[in-house]
Design a protein around this ligand. Sequence first.
Ligand SMILES: [Ca+2]
Ligand SMILES: [Ca+2]
Length: 314
Amino acid sequence: MNHDDRRGLGRPAHAAKALISGVALSALLGLSMNAQAQSCTIGNWAGGAENDDALFAGNPGEGNPRYGGPCSLAVSLDSGFAYVVDNSPVAEQDYIARFYFNPNGNGSNDAPMVIFAANESTDGTGSDALQLWFNVADAESPLSAQANHVTLVVATETGFEQIQAGATSISPTGWNSFEIVWSADPSADIILRVNDGPDLSVGGDTSNQRIRSALLGFVDEGASVSSTAPLFFDDFDSRRQSRPGRLCRGLTDDARDFLSLEDTQAIFAEVSGGGAFFAPGQPDYDEDGVVGLGDAQAVFQQVSAGANACADNS
Ligand SMILES: [Ca+2]
Ligand SMILES: [Ca+2]
């Protein structure tokens, strides 16, 4: 079994390096709480990067939109495949990844692309155990480009299975969370959760595979992709067990697990500060890609109504 056998879906031998890391957890684009002190660099990725000239790990002060402060990843689509690699997974039989993705208006029928893959080799050049496609509805027969659709392709012993998420579940210009739960098992149940939607799942025999690397960014394409607008990624988290779930919307102090007026104040301070202050945590309450007055107002309303538990908000 090799993805290269697959019509349009195999990553060609373009020396795909490893992906993202993982295992036992790492959230290399989203851990820090201090918006000003953190240095943002793709050097945090244990497996390095492909085409790092097209990757920018910046903070909001540098004009890099983020979901959770301070750092995020911008990926240019103009100069070929570009992605970060995590090779911290060690022949994983259980692998869970969650990240946030902002398409930044790149939803297009002309731009089917892989934005995440988990690979069987440590350098990412082996077979992909799974691929997350953007702008693709049905990845199998044939490769079917459809704007703002998301499809998870899972390699099994008998071929490929897929989980499809339609365009209505995706924000084309805001932040989306993807959580993927994979295991090596003769009767595996692979899960994709998009935003606050239900668990979508597909079954298959994945027993002979192991995940040794993960890749995040512009990993592959189904047609020639070019755009002046970059993709944005943030808050990558991968681990062996215990699903991370979604981050608490509007929370600006991760020492708490509930929203408070302090969050309203921190968001307002960012909005009114003219770039002098950036709120920590996840100030973009409505996840539309912009931290604005509406986010502060929404948090205020939640707190005022006593509906401030993060459990209701993630
Ligand atoms: Ca971040
Ligand atoms: Ca917002």
